[in-house]
Structures are given as C-alpha cells and as structure tokens.
Design a protein around this ligand. Structure first.
Ligand SMILES: Nc1ncnc2c1ncn2[C@@H]1O[C@H](COP(=O)(O)OP(=O)(O)OP(=O)(O)O)[C@@H](O)[C@H]1O
Length: 389
C-alpha cells in the first residue's frame, strides 16, 4: 500500500464542511494529517458542537479516504470543536465598565497645539453649566495643562476612603472634577511615558479616582496617533471621541489620522464629530470682518469627506487664550458669543452621543440622571431621550 499526504488531502477535498458550503480543506478545518504505515491520523476542527455533526463528519472522512485512496487504510480522527469568535458589536465599549461613570468621551487631535485642551475645558464647563456632573481626566502625558486651565495647579489630590478602599479625590473647580498627571509630575522635569506605563497610570486615575457619580468624564488625550494612544484608548471604556482641528491642511491631515485611529478594528470608538478651532479671526476694530488665517472651512469639509459630524467652530480670539492662561475657561462668561459657541458644540456632541447610545444593547445604555431636569439640554434636538432615564 503506497500513498502520500497529498492523496489524503485530495480525498478530504470532496467533503463539505458542516454548515459552511466549502470543502474541509478550503475552510481550513483540517489542521494536520500524519501517516504511520497504513494508519492515517487526521486532526479536524469543526464549529458545530452537536454529536450528530461530529459523527457525520467522522463517517464522511473515513469513507472519503477509503474510497478515494485505499480501503485498507486505518483512519483515526482527532476531532475538536471550536466555536467561532462572536462577531464584534461595532458599538462595543472596550475596557472595564465603570458603573458610576456614565459616559466617557475622549478629546483628541492629530496635531499638537490646535486647542484640544482648551476645547476640552470649555466643553466640560458647558456641560457643568447645563446641570450635568462632569469630570475631566487630563491624559496628555506630553504636557498636561488642565490643572492650569482650571486654576488648580498648586493643588494636590487627597486620599479618601471609599468603601474601605483608599481612593484619590479629584480637585474640583467651576463644578468640574479634575484628575491630571500634572498633579503628580514635576513641571520642570520631562517624563517619558511608554504606552503600557501611561495607560497603567491613567487607568489608576480613572479606576482609583473618587469620582462619585459622573454623567460625563472627558479625557484630554495627548496629541498624535502613536503607540501611547493605542494603549490608552484600548484600555479605557470610551463611549465616543471628539476630534479637534484647525482648518490648516497639515492639521487636517493629522485630524484625519486621528479619526482613522478611533475607527480601527482594534479600537472601534465611535467618532462623535470634529470641532474646528481657530476657524477665523475678527479684529475688535473691524467686528464685521472675518480673516481665515488657517484657511476656510477645512474641518467642515473634512467632516463631510469622511462622513463624520461637524460639531461646530470656535474663532481665534485673544480672550480664549487669556482665559486659559489665567485658569478661567471662557465658556464661564455668561451671555457672550463664545459661551454660546461652546454651548452649541456641547449640545451637538450630546446629541451625537445619544444617537450612539441608542444603538447599544439595553444593558449597556448609559443613563443620565440629571438629563430630564436640565433646561439647557432640553434645547438639544434629539429623539432618543427614552434611552436616558
Ligand atoms: N480659539 C482660540 N483662540 C485663541 N487662542 C487659542 C484658541 N484655542 C486655543 N488657543 C491657545 O492656543 C494654545 C494651544 O492650545 P491648547 O493647549 O488648548 O492646545 P492643545 O491642542 O491641547 O495643545 P497640546 O498639543 O500641547 O496638547 C494655548 O495657548 C491656548 O490658549
């Protein structure tokens, strides 16, 4: 009796994998074939766990080899059942769920210096003014600045006991709770963080922070789309991302990469939209003039091109820079054009988040307790309020 492995594979080619419509070979069910004299060992893996399917496939393999190769072959089959990996829900929230934090939103930018931290602090203040409980986690490992923007640079978070565990109490100002790597690093010393180290430190700030109940936690991510970002974004249960860009071409190219990062298979965080910062400049003496210093409508066009929501624009205004520097975000100034601009963007962001949450399975739907009593948010035009109780 003389035959080769190839003869066995050809024989197995004639068998259809159960429920697959392809041959056992084509469907990669046959993992190995070993020949010892007139004995043939076949390692097979199938996905159907029923006894009937196992018996059927064993009988078919034996028959195919005996009929097509040699009827004196002794066929031994090692059959394994392996369930296919479940198809991943595109709205899956990665990372460990944090029961007291209802929505985690990452604020990112591809390029540095486009105003990501400024936008984050103002979105946080706008949400707080709408009546939400809000936290900010400054994850900008390259240059944390939220502690300055919230005028709490000299504070140090205290340790408190929560249910027998020692936790870090965020520093609070303007109704926003803040934890930042900036509280723990020396401002004069450069700290070089690698991905796993950064994500470990940030996880600690999130999971060991005494945040209390939060409707929103905004995460100010470092600029860029490198290794560190992947580690951070994969480790945290983020509901949605906001990408900030100026209208300048090089900033837009990086913003596009930022959006693509969130859309990667290994991340799949829904992008809630793009904010255009430094959209135009209007000098005080010429209030009707708009100068498009970094180009016009760049982020708006990008959002359209990549089928992402445009959340709104913020002009280049000296008072935004000054307010950031003195630690009093500009959105705190009631009745101003800038307060309104940030409020509009915030409402649009919440509306997008509501849409996103409406697609989640009921157990994952995030509930916002203060939503129903909040007049500012009532102005948000959305249909999915039933998802928020
Ligand atoms: N719309 C604006 N008008 C005027 N100044 C602004 C505006 N947005 C941001 N700035 C100023 O630009 C500078 C950079 O802003 P910011 O620190 O928010 O950017 P970033 O993208 O977070 O930077 P980094 O890459 O360092 O994290 C700051 O001095 C800030 O005050």
């Amino acid at each position: 009796m003389s035959f080769k492995k190839q003869d066995i594979y050809q024989a197995l080619e004639t068998i259809t994998a159960p429920g697959e419509g392809k041959s056992l070979i084509e469907n990669n069910n046959v993992k190995n074939v070993v020949i010892f004299g007139n004995e043939v060992n076949v390692d097979v893996t199938i996905s159907n766990p029923t006894l009937q399917a196992k018996k059927k496939i064993e009988a078919e393999i034996t028959k195919a080899i005996k009929t097509n190769v040699d009827e004196n072959i002794e066929v031994k089959i090692n059959l394994k059942v392996e369930k296919p990996a479940p198809k991943e829900d595109p709205n899956l929230i990665r990372g460990k769920e944090i029961p007291n934090i209802k929505n985690i939103i990452a604020v990112a930018s591809g390029k540095g210096g486009v105003g990501k931290s400024t936008v984050t602090s103002n979105l946080a203040v706008s949400l707080a003014k709408m009546g939400f409980s809000v936290g900010v986690l400054d994850a900008d490992i390259y240059g944390p600045s939220q502690h300055i923007m919230f005028d709490v640079a000299k504070e140090k978070p205290l340790s408190v006991n929560v249910d027998g565990r020692s936790k870090m109490k965020p520093i609070e100002n303007y109704g926003v709770k803040l934890l930042s790597l900036g509280f723990f690093t020396n401002p004069d010393q450069a700290v070089i963080w690698r991905g796993p180290m950064a994500s470990k430190a940030l996880k600690q700030l999130i999971f060991d922070g005494a945040w209390g109940e939060l409707d929103f936690l905004l995460i100010d991510l470092p600029p860029g789309t490198g290794d560190v970002h992947l580690s951070i974004v994969q480790a945290l249960p983020i509901n949605g991302a906001v990408v900030v860009s100026t209208p300048q071409n090089i900033a837009l190219a990086d913003a596009k990469k930022g959006v693509a990062m969130f859309q990667q298979d290994s991340i799949k965080v829904p992008v809630l939209g793009i904010v255009e910062n430094m959209a135009y400049f209007t000098p005080e003496e010429l209030p009707n003039n708009k100068y498009y210093i970094f180009g016009q409508d760049g982020a708006k066009n990008l959002a359209q091109d990549i089928d992402t929501k445009f959340l709104g624009e913020i002009p280049l205004v000296q008072s935004i820079r000054e307010a950031g520097d003195v630690g009093h975000p500009v959105a705190l100034q009631n009745g101003t054009v800038l307060e309104k601009a940030f409020e509009d963007i915030t409402k649009e962001m919440v509306a997008q988040l509501l849409k996103r949450n409406a697609n989640l399975p009921p157990t994952e739907v995030v509930r916002i307790t203060t939503m129903s009593g909040c007049s500012a948010v009532k102005k948000v035009n959305y249909d999915n309020r039933r998802n928020f109780k």
